[in-house]
Each structure stands twice: as structure tokens, then as C-alpha cells.
Design a protein around this ligand. Structure first.
Ligand code: SF4
Ligand code: SF4
Length: 179
């Protein structure tokens, strides 16, 4: 057997070297077939939407941007235990724990709190494991449709407490709804 005929993968295909006919050389038939395929798609249901004017319906289990929650008295719930960071598969969470001072009782619920709490949004995969791991119900993934704002600077994707902690007026509104 000649070496040219051996096919180790068994997928060898002999390419035909026959000459193209006159109609094949004009490509008119293939152009017409291509145009027919294009024309068919003009009347089909579009697979895309005009985002951001239009959005698709979100899944009931959708998880959006994180919020660091406050309690009913407006104090930060997070006690900087680090369980969220430990459970994060993307290693996106870092924090620095600090001790609460006597005059900060109205700011932080526990004696220990996170003076720095950061999530690297370029790493986060919005899996929700941080929320599951938190024993203080301090971190939630919200239904916010804007997950992360676009930017050209990587450092802007590291969200600190200024972006993560629930605004105080929102905590007040939540308490009013509960009462
Ligand atoms: S959602 Fe998942 S990946 Fe993102 S910070 Fe939480 S645990 Fe990490
Ligand atoms: S968010 Fe929850 S799990 Fe994470 S450090 Fe704070 S209290 Fe602990």
C-alpha cells in the first residue's frame, strides 16, 4: 500500500480535482442560494433584541449586584468573619476587620466590622455562594439589572464599601415598610 493511501484517523477524504462547469464558474447558482437563505431570515423571528431599549425577561433565580445590608436600625450587619471570602470560588472578596469603638455602636451591629470590604467584579461570577455562606444575612445579590458598569480602568472594577453598602435612606424605607 502506498503511503499516500494510508489514513491513520480513518477520516481521509479524497478531494475531487474535476474541472468546474461553466455554471459553477459563474457562481450564480450559489449566489442565488445564499440570497434565498438571507431572504428567508427577513421573515423569521429575530434572535436579538435592541438592548438597552429592550431587555429580555430575567430568570426568577437571577442574581445581580451585591449589597452589604444594614439592619432595621441602619447599622451595618457585616462582622468581617470572612466566610464569604472563604466560600468564594473566584477569590473575589477581600476585607479588613476592625474593632468597633464605643461611639460607633450606631454604625456597626457587631463588635467587629469590615473597615474595608472589596469585591473584584472582574473575578466575580455571580454564583451567590457568598450570600449562602454569610451567617449574618449581611450580603445579598440583588435583582439590579445593572450588574457592573463598563469602564476602561481595571481598578474601577474593584467595588468598595462606597458602592456595596446599602444606602441609608434605602434602609430607612425598608424599615418603614416592615413597620
Ligand atoms: S457571587 Fe460568587 S464569585 Fe461573586 S463574590 Fe460572591 S461567591 Fe464570589
Ligand atoms: S458579609 Fe457575611 S460572611 Fe462576609 S464577612 Fe460579612 S458577615 Fe461574614
Amino acid at each position: 500500500m502506498s503511503i499516500q493511501n494510508i489514513s491513520l484517523s480513518g477520516k481521509k477524504v479524497d478531494v475531487s480535482e474535476s474541472k468546474m462547469t461553466f455554471w459553477e464558474r459563474t457562481y450564480l447558482v450559489n449566489i442565488a442560494i445564499g440570497m434565498w437563505v438571507t431572504l428567508k431570515h427577513l421573515f423569521m423571528r429575530k434572535a436579538t433584541v435592541k438592548y438597552p431599549e429592550q431587555t429580555r425577561a430575567f430568570s426568577p433565580v437571577y442574581r445581580g449586584r451585591h449589597t452589604l445590608m444594614r439592619d432595621e436600625e441602619g447599622r451595618e450587619r457585616c462582622t468581617a468573619c470572612g466566610l464569604c471570602a472563604l466560600s468564594c470560588p473566584a477569590e473575589a472578596i477581600t476585607m479588613v476587620a476592625s474593632e468597633r469603638k464605643p461611639d460607633e455602636m450606631h454604625l456597626y451591629r457587631e463588635e467587629k466590622y469590615a473597615s474595608i470590604y472589596e469585591i473584584n467584579m472582574l473575578r466575580c461570577i455571580f454564583c451567590g455562594l457568598c450570600e449562602e455562606a454569610c451567617p449574618k444575612e449581611a450580603i445579598y445579590l440583588t435583582k439590579s439589572k445593572t450588574m457592573v458598569f463598563s469602564d476602561s480602568d481595571r481598578t474601577d472594577f474593584i467595588y468598595g464599601k462606597d458602592k456595596l453598602v446599602m444606602p441609608l435612606d434605602q434602609a430607612i424605607r425598608n424599615t418603614q415598610v416592615l413597620n
